[in-house]
Write a protein that binds this ligand. Structure first.
Ligand code: NDP
Length: 255
């Protein structure tokens, strides 16, 4: 269920390099690569205690690896229980794990629709539900869900993916209404195109066309997404909740 922590359990009295407060326990799902990995690395670099959830890949140096598939509620529960016992109460959740199974509407199978929704939407629900249990006890918490520009902009061939990402907005806003009074915020970061494995598979011509449509004229780096996630988890964002923060070079014009 869990992998051996790569670093010793945190010393809560150890000062944070930034801000001088004790490290927080931060859970990042899908932390083996791409945006999740960069986000986990950013929190490690800021001095936080990072639990990197993965399905068997490797995790960033300095993070504690825990194996959990977000489509399996029991595995999610076991991972969180181990994190709470070994690292402490979870204060920040970054629900990042996501997949695509693109196809045109008329040709999209139920299986491809369900698989994407099960990971991107229901998977997010599973980790958010489990994480919020401890956050309610703690009376503080930061939930950041990784959505997509496609959630509100739409994407031909991405009915399943767009629906799964759009739904995160309703989820974050409902959580904000339920738990906003308990010191918990819930927000969606909506990246545009980011230089990751997910976009590397796009044909060169398609990448060119997308870049021409992006006012910034380029794809984002994973660090540019991680930076916005970190902001939403910071003290400076204590009063930001139920928001969708685009990181898309202007593609969605703020939605
Ligand atoms: P990658 O494909 O590089 O990484 C996806 C991560 O999610 C991997 O760590 C993968 O783990 C994990 N994952 C997938 N399915 C599951 C599952 N069932 N349980 C647990 N973990 C799982 O994607 P990106 O870094 O590009 O994307 C990260 C997030 O950002 C996704 O939610 C994506 O939709 C979103 N996004 C990405 C954009 C982009 O341009 N790249 C744009 C907008 C949004 P494993 O290694 O085991 O497969």
């Amino acid at each position: 269920m869990t992998t051996t922590p790569r670093v010793p359990a945190p010393d809560a009295s150890a000062p944070r390099p930034e801000g001088g407060r004790p490290p927080r326990v931060v859970v990042v799902t899908g932390a083996s690569r791409g945006i999740g990995r960069a986000t986990a690395e950013a929190f490690v670099a800021a001095g936080d205690t990072v639990a990197a959830l993965h399905r068997g890949g490797d995790v960033p140096e300095g993070a504690h690896g825990y194996v959990a598939d977000v489509t399996d509620a029991d595995a999610v529960d076991r991972a969180f229980t181990a994190i709470e016992q070994e690292l402490g109460a979870v204060e920040v959740l970054v629900a990042n794990a996501g997949v695509t199974r693109d196809g045109l509407l008329l040709r999209m199978s139920d299986e491809d629709f369900d698989a994407v929704v099960n990971t991107n939407l229901t998977g997010t629900f599973r980790v958010v539900r489990r994480a919020s249990k401890g956050m309610i006890r703690l009376r503080r918490g930061r939930i950041v869900m990784i959505g997509s520009v496609v959630g509100l902009y739409g994407g031909a061939g991405q009915v399943n993916y767009a629906a799964s990402k759009a739904a995160l907005v309703g989820m974050a806003r409902s959580i904000t209404r339920e738990l906003g009074g308990r010191g918990i915020t819930a927000n969606v970061v909506a990246p545009g195109f980011v230089e990751t494995a997910m976009t590397a598979v796009l044909p060169e011509d398609t990448q060119k066309q997308y870049k021409a449509a992006i006012p910034a004229g380029r794809f984002a780096t994973v660090d540019e997404v991680a930076g916005v996630v970190q902001f939403l988890a910071s003290d400076a964002a204590a009063y930001v909740s139920g928001a969708v923060i685009p990181v898309d070079g202007g593609l969605g014009m703020g939605h």
